[in-house]
Design a protein around this ligand. Structure first.
Ligand SMILES: [Zn+2]
Length: 570
């Protein structure tokens, strides 16, 4: 492809709203063009790379035995009501209606559509197992779209769904997808960390996420320094540190804390470390107020709380509920004398002497011993893990990291198949319900994650497998006739061998062209110039190498073919 005939507009500077390296580089290298907040056009270079990611995904899905389908992006509201998810996800969905005022949504995911499909199409155990997938645009009404393709309103996903006769069979389908994901990300040259994940609104019973480690990542995770344990922060458990008991004969006594509401304020005011305070949070669980206690220096994890309480929905109570439950203004809640159920973090189980809120304005209580002074309904691990917490598997220290979620696999069970009555007749003629799994890959996000993980100060460094073109061919001075003749000949020869070449035939200064070549970041660059031809040579340089090779003109094509083939195999 000749640069002069394609649409590649590189930029000197990244747009203002591009905050992370990959977003800046994708804009600067002319891969994307912004239409509006969270909406991007793929320009020719970007689309070529995207198609390669899609091809890898498709090949590995097919290899794993999945079959491709294509479902509508437009979905009737009713199926979301049927699964019970309309109320949960309605704020995140684009809701529209047709001319007959029928409500529709633009699909953020397709569990509802596919389960409806399976209920219609599958009726016998002979048709199972089946795994179906599609590669399609998804829509999400992000409050704050940012980071380019990382959090866009429209993005491309590969979503797959498995249907099985039993939970054991569903495990096999899950493993097949898991293994396919490992291969997909390896082929994209992405270094991913597989972590245990929360099942959240998807309503399954176990899941893994595939995370690309990056400081710019929006997801937190912890990984053990010693064993293989790794988990998303929403999910991560911890082993409790050894603690010594602490007793006191003194009873709880009020202390005036005028206007000191937050843990930090109270700790500073009383000159005590936050760890000697207990934070009392009032929540509403399944419609009823509860109190949740966590150590003053820790954060409550709502996902873990919901799970500990048996999968109920939990949300922070509003001010009125807090005032009714505690009899005090917000900021002074404490467990002593509360009439609602009190749950506490497992770390608080060993008796110690704490400071808590006093359930009265401007008042806290000293000398509070949980269990003695306040009844606790149950202790659960409900805080968010952090750097230095102990691994739940082996007890060694865990590190906290940031990551970009590029894939997830969920074992869904029967939540959707029950809601849509997706059943089948078993060998004995009895009607059974199908067991499901669902599996997603953010295709556009994966593409950007590659750039986030693979770049330097000069630009993108594409892995051979998804590079938009395989070879960058540059003529620094297009006015030099012999250079152009030799380059045209090399282009023809390479294309005849099936190599994808981006030929920079623009009448631009050499400095501009070399900068652009590094910015776009194709794996190998060939330069044909007056100087190289004086020795009968072509200059060849890998994007990742500092050194150049001078190769005789007649060997240039074969050398480049060898480099491309080696790169694609590795
Ligand atoms: Zn461990």
């Amino acid at each position: 492809m000749r640069w002069s005939e394609t649409l590649i507009a590189t930029l000197r500077d990244a747009p203002q709203d591009a905050e992370i390296a990959s977003h800046k580089l994708m804009m600067r290298a002319g891969l994307l063009s912004k239409l509006g907040g969270g909406l991007y056009t793929f320009l020719p270079l970007g689309l070529k790379a995207l198609r390669k990611v899609e091809r890898i995904v498709r090949e590995e899905m097919d290899r794993a035995g999945a079959q491709e389908v294509l479902m509508p992006a437009l979905q009737p509201r009713e199926i979301w009501e049927q699964s019970g998810r309309y109320s949960v996800l309605k704020d995140a969905m684009f809701k529209i209606h047709d001319r007959q005022e029928r409500d529709l949504v633009l699909g953020p995911t397709h569990e509802e559509v596919i389960t409806d499909l399976a209920a219609r199409q599958i009726s016998s155990y002979r048709q199972l197992p089946r795994t179906l997938y599609q590669i399609q645009a998804k829509f999400r009404d992000e409050i704050r779209p940012r980071f380019g393709l990382m959090r866009a309103k429209e993005f491309i996903m590969k979503d797959a769904y498995s249907f099985d006769t039993s939970w054991e069979a569903a495990d096999k389908s899950y493993q097949a997808m898991y293994d396919a994901y490992v291969r997909i990300f390896k082929r994209c040259d992405l270094n991913v960390k597989v972590v245990e994940a929360d099942t959240g609104a998807m309503g399954g019973n176990f899941s893994h996420e595939f995370m690309v480690l990056a400081d710019s990542g929006e997801d937190g995770l912890v990984e053990c320094e010693s064993c293989a344990y790794a988990a998303n922060l929403e999910r991560a458990d911890r082993r409790l540190p050894p603690q010594t008991e602490e007793r006191t004969d003194q009873l709880p006594s009020p202390v005036a804390t005028p206007n000191q509401k937050t843990i930090a304020e109270v700790a500073a005011f009383l000159k005590r470390p936050a760890s000697q305070l207990v934070k009392t949070l009032i929540y509403v669980a399944d419609g009823k107020p509860i109190a949740v206690l966590v150590p003053g220096d820790r954060d409550l994890n709502e996902h873990k709380l919901a799970r500990a309480l048996g999968g109920v929905t939990v949300q922070m109570a509003d001010d009125r509920t807090i005032e009714q439950a505690t009899g005090a203004p917000v900021g002074f809640a404490g467990p002593v004398g509360l009439k609602i159920p009190v749950y506490a973090d497992a770390e608080l189980k060993v008796p110690r002497v704490y400071v808590t809120g006093g359930n009265a304005a401007d008042t806290h209580l000293l000398n509070v011993v949980l269990g003695r002074d306040a009844a606790v309904t149950a202790y659960h691990d409900v805080v968010t893990c952090r750097e230095g917490d102990l691994c739940p598997k082996c007890g060694e220290r865990m590190r906290e990291k940031r990551g970009i979620e590029v894939g997830h696999v969920f074992k869904l069970g029967t939540k959707y198949s029950k809601a849509f009555d997706a059943g089948y007749l078993d060998a004995a003629g009895n009607r059974q319900i199908m067991v499901m799994g669902c599996y997603g890959i953010g295709v556009t996000r994966t593409l950007q994650a590659v750039v986030e993980q693979s770049h330097d100060a000069n630009g993108i460094i594409w892995p051979a497998s998804i590079s938009p073109f395989q070879v960058s061919l540059v003529v620094p001075n297009v006015q030099h006739r012999e250079s152009m003749v030799a380059a045209e000949a090399l282009l023809k020869e390479l294309e005849a061998r099936g190599i994808e070449v981006l030929f920079d035939d623009r009448d631009e200064r050499p400095g501009v062209k070399f900068k652009d070549a590094d910015l776009i970041g194709l794996p190998v660059r060939a330069v044909v110039s007056e100087r190289s031809l004086a020795d009968g040579k072509v200059e060849i340089k890998l994007r990742t190498a500092a050194d150049k090779m001078m190769v005789p003109v007649q060997d240039a094509c074969q050398t480049l073919v060898d480099i491309v083939q080696k790169g694609t195999q590795s």
